[in-house]
Design a binder for this molecule. Structure first.
Ligand code: PMP
Length: 359
């Protein structure tokens, strides 16, 4: 086996232990003579997995009974539509903090349903920053305030939760859910595609406060698009194997020491890389330092004639998927929970060698 150092932005590297456990159980789950993919989603075995994954997620995030967890399909992108469909009617306003490509896509969908106000936008400066609380110009009576906690493409991250004066927060946490402890008491809804920090692509985690869900529209909203439908029970066939994988990743996270452990681990990895970028002008960070993400680091070479050489030599060193998003250019290194520190150390070692050979 030759697993590469994988810095993919998503679908992203999974813990090898988790893949091996899944491999062991692939053809036969717990002496049942069939795999988890071949059983009813109403079977005792699957219902136990679904419940365990929900309980683990709540336990890791320190959430009590006020919240409901759902495993939905359609990716985080479907949530861009489902949130306003449920919570934003004509004549109502929702605040959407605009910090990147994905915030922008969420705004486009919300515009179909109601009025969108942007309390802050960094689009004029190439999405190089997230706001501080005093930069937010919130509207008077928003139905909710939406933000993207980690901007996967630009490489920025909120380090503080936006202050909204009691208006429920709705958060796209696709690329930093479970990366660190987070106080979710002011959140109405938090959602994330699993494919970065939680498992394979194909399942979307939605965590919703029950009293926020109670305010959802049901009139003229198709049944499958109502949160209330999914709040009652498993509505239709879920992506069973994906939920099973998420459960294994959450088990692995609990064994490692939970979110305090991952906060430290992730901050350490990010510091290793950013220290290297900041050493001199050979490498240059793309976003404002205060807004830098511990999950996705973006940088460029001062001499961009070296870009292709850098990528080729990185791959020759088993360092994969560090090309920046086409809208930003340069390089992007994604270091989610399952990205081992050794991978980042190997990359930093390579960057040092590349600098000394090409200065
Ligand atoms: N939001 C963020 C922050 C993302 O990074 C992504 C995917 N890269 C999405 C939403 C869209 O997710 P999906 O492809 O699961 O719809």
């Amino acid at each position: 086996m030759n697993r590469v150092h994988n810095f993919s932005a998503g679908p992203a590297v999974l813990p090898t232990e988790v893949l091996e456990k899944a491999q062991n159980e692939l053809t036969e789950y717990k002496d049942k003579g069939r795999s988890i993919m071949e059983m009813s989603h109403r079977s005792d075995e699957y219902e136990a997995i679904d419940q365990q994954a929900k309980d683990r997620l709540k336990s890791l995030l320190g959430l009590g009974d006020a919240f409901k967890v759902m495993f939905l399909q359609g990716g985080a992108s479907s949530q861009f539509m489902m949130i306003p469909f449920n919570f934003l009617s004509e004549g109502q306003t929702a605040d959407y903090i605009d910090t990147g490509r994905w915030s922008n896509k969420a705004i486009k969908e919300a515009n179909i349903f109601g009025t969108v106000h942007r309390p802050f936008s960094s689009s004029d400066t190439g999405y190089d920053r997230v706001p501080t609380n005093d930069q937010l110009q919130l509207s008077e009576d928003a139905a909710y305030v939406h933000y993207t906690s980690n901007n996967t493409v630009a490489g920025t991250q909120f380090h503080d939760i936006p202050e909204t004066n009691g208006v429920p927060l709705v958060c796209d946490a696709s690329s930093d859910i479970l990366a660190k402890p987070m106080d979710l008491s002011n959140f109405g809804l938090i959602y994330a595609g699993a494919q970065k920090n939680m498992g394979p692509a194909g399942v979307t985690v939605v965590i919703i406060r029950k009293d926020f869900m109670a305010k959802a529209n049901t009139e003229d909203v198709p049944t499958i698009l109502q949160y209330k439908t999914h709040g009652k029970k498993i509505f239709n066939t879920p992506p069973v194997f994906n939920v099973y994988m998420v459960n294994l990743v959450l088990e692995w996270m609990q064994k490692k020491g939970g979110l305090d452990y991952f906060k430290q681990y992730n901050e350490k990895k990010a510091a290793l890389l950013y220290d290297e970028i900041d050493k001199d002008d050979f490498y240059q960070g793309i976003v404002e330092k205060d807004s830098r993400s511990i999950m996705n680091a973006t940088f460029e070479l001062q001499n961009d004639d070296l870009n292709e050489k850098f990528l080729n030599e990185a791959e020759n060193n088993n360092l994969y998927t560090i090309k920046g998003h086409r809208s930003v250019g340069g390089f992007r290194v994604s270091m989610y929970n399952a990205c081992p520190r050794e991978s980042v150390e190997k990359l930093v070692g390579f960057m040092q060698d590349f600098r000394s050979q090409n200065y």
